[in-house]
Every structure is written in C-alpha cells, then in structure tokens.
Design a protein. Structure first.
Length: 75
C-alpha cells in the first residue's frame, strides 16, 4: 500500500519497512519487492548485491518475477 499510495500517502521508506518484515517471514512476493527496492534505490540505498540476495530468496520460494529479475541482471 505504501509503495503505490493505495489508501495512504506513498512512502517508499515505509514500504521497505513492511516488505522487510514480510520477507524475513518467507513471503516470496515481499522478497521480490524488496529486491526491486534495492535494485532501484527506492526507499533504501541502491545495492545490486542486496537486490540479488532477495531475488534469490524469492526465486527459491517459487516467485517467477524474481527469477526473471535475476535473468535480467545476468544471474
């Protein structure tokens, strides 16, 4: 909701906070979304290595978008 401003003021930093909580609990969509945030520096300092870490976690949990994101980055 925070990432898109859906019912709340759009806030990437707040979105990252909630993606992080869900990602740490194994939510593959949140793991992929967190990877996107790190890849592009949305709400966090940009870091390809951290993005790849979260994309790999999401891919291991079956997230197809994460697999695609890894391919696009050459992993």
């Amino acid at each position: 909701m925070y990432a898109n401003g859906d019912g709340v003021t759009q806030n990437n930093t707040e979105a990252v906070k909630w993606y992080q909580k869900a990602a740490e609990q194994g939510d593959a969509m949140a793991q992929n979304n967190l990877g996107v945030c790190y890849q592009y520096g949305d709400g966090v300092t940009q870091s390809e290595s951290i993005a790849v870490y979260w994309y790999r976690k999401a891919a291991e949990n079956g997230n197809e978008k994460a697999k695609e994101n890894l391919r696009k980055l050459g992993y």
